[in-house]
Design a protein around this ligand. Structure first.
Ligand SMILES: *Cc1c(COP(=O)(O)O)cnc(C)c1O
Length: 427
């Protein structure tokens, strides 16, 4: 190999090994992260990355797609089975791309969309002014109540009636409570609006029936595949039931067009070019894993660990938004400890504990500073943590929150954390 190539390749290999070491030795509490199986990684790192396959199985714009057709169909069929959905698209490159494809398929520029406020735990792709969704469409938001940290559905209904959105979104990135999809659907139906559930975070807990199921109630469901679903980085779109498009669009021959074709066109050619068949293969592997009964125990452990952690934080006087959690994550308001998200994120990293700073509802600090941290248990549960391990982690976090500048303490905690993690082998 020419020396330049060799040189960069060996640097990348060294860096990948450094990252592997970081993942092995630390406590990963970022709520949106997880550790995939080696089989998922193998599928992603396969020769499938070489294949162009614009189009869908059986209807491609390139030759030689016989094998990837089977792979993509397997991913679609496994996903449909996992969620009991009639329709699935496995091509979105990410969760944000899945949402963008749905917006493109269902809305026109300037249409009103009602979503969950980013500063209360919503997602960029639900209408944030810095995202395409907030630039092209007209977003309005509902949030949580300051006293309870929970969504008041009567207020959602009043906002919907006031703004008459074409699309209503339920789902969030930092909301620890379950969703009343049925009530959202009633609100949407009264306005002839479409209802989208973005289950990027809790997807794995929904697939295992541990949380409310959006599939029977929402017209469209999007998700990522890499959070609690524990697959490769990517997105998906599903419908519980296909239905004729509500705008009366017809084919040239006068046939009614189903939503499934409108959504498929939204993804390709609307939003994306060639699908990532290596990632789709890895999605199929992950869906197969999630269909195994062992994934239900995983989901139960994720929730048990999150509850144990939330209780431990509350008993140490921490203010958890909404007072606890139904799912895999919680949002901790550090204001009563006189700390910011930024300083605690940084101090925790010194001890190899990874979280992300996060705005809390009604935050008075900027998104770069924030008053909170978000903590999740999907990744540590994959490592094998049990509730008593989570309580220990809360003890460590509390020591750091109390003295974030004590470098000696941080150093000794880091060794303790690294030693502790050797019990939970990764890859
Ligand atoms: C993580 C997340 C996404 C986006 O996923 P990416 O793969 O990072 O694009 C979309 N919606 C919600 C609610 C999320 O939490």
């Amino acid at each position: 190999m020419p020396s330049q190539i060799c040189n960069v390749n060996s640097k990348v290999t060294t860096l990948i090994n450094q990252e592997l070491d970081r993942q092995r030795r630390g406590i990963e509490l970022i709520a949106s992260e997880n550790f995939t199986s080696q089989n998922v990684i193998n599928a992603m790192g396969s020769c499938l990355t070489n294949k162009y396959a614009e189009g869908y199985p059986g209807k491609r714009y390139y030759g030689g797609c016989e094998v990837v057709d089977e792979i993509e169909q397997l991913a679609i069929d496994s996903l449909k089975k996992l969620f009991g959905a009639e329709y699935a698209n496995v091509q979105p490159h990410s969760g944000a791309q899945a949402n963008a494809a749905v917006f493109l398929a269902c809305l026109s520029a300037g249409d009103t969309v009602l979503g969950f406020d980013l500063s209360h735990g919503g997602h960029l792709s639900h209408g944030s002014p810095v995202n395409y969704s907030g630039k092209i469409y007209n977003p309005v938001f509902y949030g949580v109540e300051e006293e309870t940290g929970m969504i008041d559905m009567d207020k959602v209904e009043a906002l919907a009636n006031l703004h008459r959105p074409k699309l209503i979104i339920c789902g969030a990135s930092a909301y620890a409570r379950d969703w009343d999809y049925q009530r959202f659907r009633k609100i949407a139906d009264d306005l002839n609006a479409l209802l989208l559930a973005d289950i990027a975070h809790p997807a794995g807990l929904i697939a295992t029936s541990l949380l409310n199921d959006p599939i029977p109630h929402c017209h469209i469901v999007t998700s990522t595949t890499h959070k609690t679903l524990r697959g490769p980085r990517g997105g998906i779109i599903m419908m519980g039931k296909d239905f004729p498009n509500p705008w009366g669009r017809r084919t040239r021959k006068g046939k009614e067009i189903m939503m499934s074709s409108i959504l498929n066109s939204g993804v390709f050619p609307g939003m994306q070019g060639g699908p990532l068949e290596h990632v789709i293969a890895a999605k199929a592997v992950a869906f197969g894993e999630a269909l195994d009964p062992s994934f239900i125990s995983y989901g139960k452990n994720v929730i048990a660990n999150a509850k144990a952690m939330a209780e431990a934080f509350v008993s140490k006087g921490y203010n958890i938004i909404s007072g606890g959690t139904d799912n895999h994550l919680m949002l901790i308001d550090l204001r009563n400890k006189n700390k910011t998200g930024k300083e605690i994120e940084k101090a925790l990293i010194e001890a190899d504990i990874t979280v992300n700073k996060n705005m809390v509802p009604f935050d008075d600090k900027s998104p770069f500073v924030t008053s909170g941290i978000r903590v999740g248990t999907a990744a540590i549960t994959t490592r094998g943590f049990e509730p008593q391990d989570c309580v220990k982690v809360v003890d460590w976090i509390d020591q750091i929150v109390m003295n974030p500048e004590d470098d000696n303490m941080l150093k000794s905690l880091k060794s303790e954390v690294n030693e502790f993690m050797t019990q939970f082998p990764l890859y």
